[in-house]
Design a protein around this ligand. Structure first.
Ligand code: A2P
Length: 353
């Protein structure tokens, strides 16, 4: 059996640490694991399968002899280092948005479009966290009845903005309870000029603004959904629009998803049935017992939780649902490792050109 030399780029980050534990629990035969991060973390020790591994500063030559790279160190680092890894023969699964929209880069949610992996040229992109859980929940519905429109609003946990942003919110919460001033230096995004407190607040800005008034996070949800479901980021066949909001919770994105099916004979009960029988989805939908998905219940789990499914009483073929998943696992590390498992399963850990 082939064994693989694996590197995790961004191993010390919020997603990176979960990549280590997901890899540990995966079916991938790991010959050796390299943990890569910035210079600041070089020399730090992290555990993998009861073995201590010293973190190294990520440099082009770090990828010599590496078969598989799992990366989550930010878009700029991916742009700089993944071509170096590919040049040295590695196949990379990237968790950033750096390559998602490139034509020759598969954008994959296993169970939805993993057949696209066969077309990889060294880099495979993991979709945006909010997109993954929405597409996972919509896919069985799309397959059975077709979908013509999606309107989504997100309630996104602060861990999705990285470890430093997560710490910033916790510090603000502590300061608020101590009746002190709240310091804001990162959120809504380090990439923009103004920063606002996240604790006890809502920020309707995730990532920077585009010229059309949408944020880049909203843009990602719209175009990634089309690329995953229709293999065309600009396809008109499904109309998608999104509003993305950061909320002051630690882990677990929530989404209200309004969707219009093509075949309007669909019923709420049938949609519940499809969700319940789809692997990776968990139906939590019983208003009579107040059963519905919640971030606190989803944190630490790999599944996507779906509830509050109901028909729009004023619009034929239109439904609403509430979808929750652990953004660091389902929306990032688990999806990335599942992609890597598919690559190993299909013997695709080599460059195809
Ligand atoms: P470090 O911990 O050394 O800064 P998060 O998404 O939680 O903010 O984590 C970002 C990850 O990306 C961390 O592992 C971080 O390492 C890593 N990283 C940041 N800058 C670099 C860099 N220049 N080269 C390699 N890794 C980096």
């Amino acid at each position: 059996m082939r064994e693989y030399v694996v590197a995790i780029l961004g191993a010390t980050g919020a997603v990176g640490q979960r990549l280590i534990s997901e890899l540990e629990q995966s079916s991938i035969p790991v010959k050796k694991l390299k943990l890569l991060a910035s210079k600041r973390s070089a020399g730090k020790k992290l555990k993998f399968k009861n073995q201590e591994i010293t973190v190294e500063e990520a440099q082009p030559d770090s990828f010599n002899g590496v078969d598989l790279v799992l990366s989550s160190a930010g878009g700029a680092i991916s742009k700089k280092l993944l071509p170096e890894a590919v040049k040295r023969g590695a196949v990379c699964v990237d968790n950033t948005s750096a390559y998602r929209m490139e034509d020759d880069v598969p954008l994959v949610v296993p169970g939805v479009n993993d057949k696209e992996l066969a077309n990889h040229h060294g880099i495979i992109a993991n979709p945006n966290c909010s997109t993954i859980q929405m597409v996972a929940a919509l896919y069985p519905i799309y397959q059975r009845w077709g979908i013509k429109q999606i309107i989504v609003s997100t309630y996104q946990a602060v861990s999705g903005a990285g470890k430093a942003a997560w710490d910033e919110m916790l510090n603000q919460a502590q300061a608020r309870l101590n009746h002190q001033d709240l310091k804001a230096e990162i959120l809504p995004t380090a990439a923009d000029k103004r920063h606002y407190p996240m604790a006890f607040n809502l920020l309707p800005q995730i990532d920077v603004f585009e010229d059309d008034g949408y944020t880049h996070e909203e843009w990602k949800m719209i175009h990634e959904t089309k690329k995953i479901l229709l293999n065309d980021q600009n396809a008109g066949e499904i109309k998608v629009t999104a509003t993305c909001v950061r909320v002051p919770i630690e882990i677990g994105h929530g989404e209200t998803v309004y969707f219009v099916v093509k075949d309007s004979s669909a019923t709420t009960a049938e949609i519940q049935e499809e969700i319940a029988k789809t692997s990776g989805l968990v139906l939590q939908d019983d208003p009579s017992k107040q059963v519905y998905p919640q971030p606190l219940l989803a944190a630490g789990k790999r599944e996507t939780f779906v509830g509050r499914i109901r028909q729009d009483q004023e619009n034929d073929g239109a439904f609403q649902m509430w979808v929750v998943a652990d953004n660091l696992l389902r929306g990032a590390a688990s999806n990335t490792v599942e992609i890597a498992e598919c690559l190993v399963r299909d013997d695709l850990v080599h460059q195809t050109n």
